[in-house]
Design a protein around this ligand. Structure first.
Ligand SMILES: [Fe+2]
Length: 365
């Protein structure tokens, strides 16, 4: 048995992510009308919109920010105490990464934070102090363990689940080691190209199989977003959502399907800004052993690791991410999308939102 390393519980919870979108209002409409999220705040310039799922822990789990390109602006984690925040910052800096403190006044709904880039350039933030969500009377639930009444729009997601960050294939292993050593993430599953050299890793700080995945970017990009995932907890909701997506021309990249890694039931769709969003129908299996032995898939087993059943692995899967890199793969043709043939592939991000807006959001009041 390899030497046992004591677990580090200082980083405790994935709380929110900020995504860039070139079509802010279309993205907001999508998250509200299709995924049933609620806008809790807009900034004065109307360039940032804060949204929550109805069972999210705190005020919001998603910030949408207007930007020329889609992608990840930051992903944020809460530590287990104020001391844990200080210890985490020490470990980050001991690993050779220098970030900066952000004063509480600059953060909406939480206290001072430390923001830094991981080894592939993804912006990551850690913090401790946070404002609790207090539901307005009109949205409160009589179910005591539900922070907000279930919305009536679309098929509402319950909470943020995980984030998958594309990482240059040469950096995946080193970056995983950084997430392990600096932030305490445990390796749960991996695709290995050779012994101890990984193409993809799934990491967690809880019994879930992952809150974070670092997955090889076949186009060799750095710091790109593969997807942000929200949780339903009920597989039937994936079928309901797929039905809506087809009706309204929202591209489904894959699913509903079952993953090999994590065993979760899931599907992937593309929001109007171009970011890939995953929906989890259940939690998959859970891990309770403190000395869990990571489950390692070989490169030959990659397709099965990603899709156990429910379809073929799309050609786009290890290539499409945000910000987008021009690619010969005919991305849009691979999405199960009724308006796909009306659109030019190379205009995917710029043209589709207008088209889709007409298809999706014609007035149904
Ligand atoms: Fe995922």
């Amino acid at each position: 048995m390899s030497e046992y390393k004591e677990l580090n519980f200082d980083v405790h919870q994935l709380t929110h992510a900020e995504l860039y979108t070139p079509v802010l209002e279309d993205s907001v409409e999508f998250f509200c009308k299709v995924l049933g999220m609620t806008v809790v705040k807009r900034d004065k310039e109307n360039e940032k919109v804060y949204l929550r799922a109805y069972e999210d822990s705190y005020n919001y789990s998603l910030v949408l920010t207007q930007n020329d390109e889609a992608g990840l602006a930051r992903v944020s984690f809460r530590t287990s105490s104020p001391q844990a925040l200080d210890r985490t910052v020490e470990r980050i800096e001991e690993c050779g990464v220098q970030g900066e403190w952000v004063p509480a006044e600059e953060n909406v709904g939480y206290g001072k934070s430390y923001i830094f880039d991981d080894l592939d350039g993804h912006p990551v933030e850690v913090y401790w102090e946070v404002e609790r969500f207090v539901s307005p009377e009109s949205k409160s639930s009589i179910l005591k363990n539900r922070p907000q009444r279930r919305p009536l729009s679309g098929v509402p997601v319950r909470r943020i689940d995980h984030i998958n960050m594309m990482t240059h294939p040469d950096v995946v292993t080193e970056n995983y080691e950084f997430w392990r050593d600096a932030l305490g993430f445990r390796l749960r599953e991996a695709v290995a190209v050779e012994d101890d050299k990984y193409f993809a890793t799934w990491l967690s700080i809880s019994p879930l199989v992952h809150e974070v995945a670092l997955m090889g970017d076949e186009l060799g990009g750095h710091g790109r977003l593969h997807h942000l995932a929200y949780w339903y907890g009920m597989p039937q909701h994936l079928n309901d959502l797929a039905d809506i997506c087809i009706e309204y021309g929202i591209p489904i990249e894959a699913g509903p399907l079952k993953h090999g890694v994590s065993q979760a039931l899931c599907m992937y769709i593309i929001e109007p800004g171009g970011n890939r969003i995953e929906l989890f129908g259940d939690s998959g299996y859970l891990i309770f052993e403190p000395d869990w032995e990571p489950k390692v898939w070989s490169g030959d087993e990659t397709a099965q690791a990603i899709i156990w059943y429910g379809g073929e692995l799309p050609e786009t899967y290890f290539r499409y991410g945000t910000p987008r890199i021009q690619d010969e793969t005919k991305e849009l043709n691979l999405y199960y999308n009724p308006i796909k043939n009306a659109l030019e592939d190379e205009n995917f991000l710029s043209d589709i939102s207008d088209e889709r807006r007409r298809e999706m959001y014609h007035d149904e009041k």
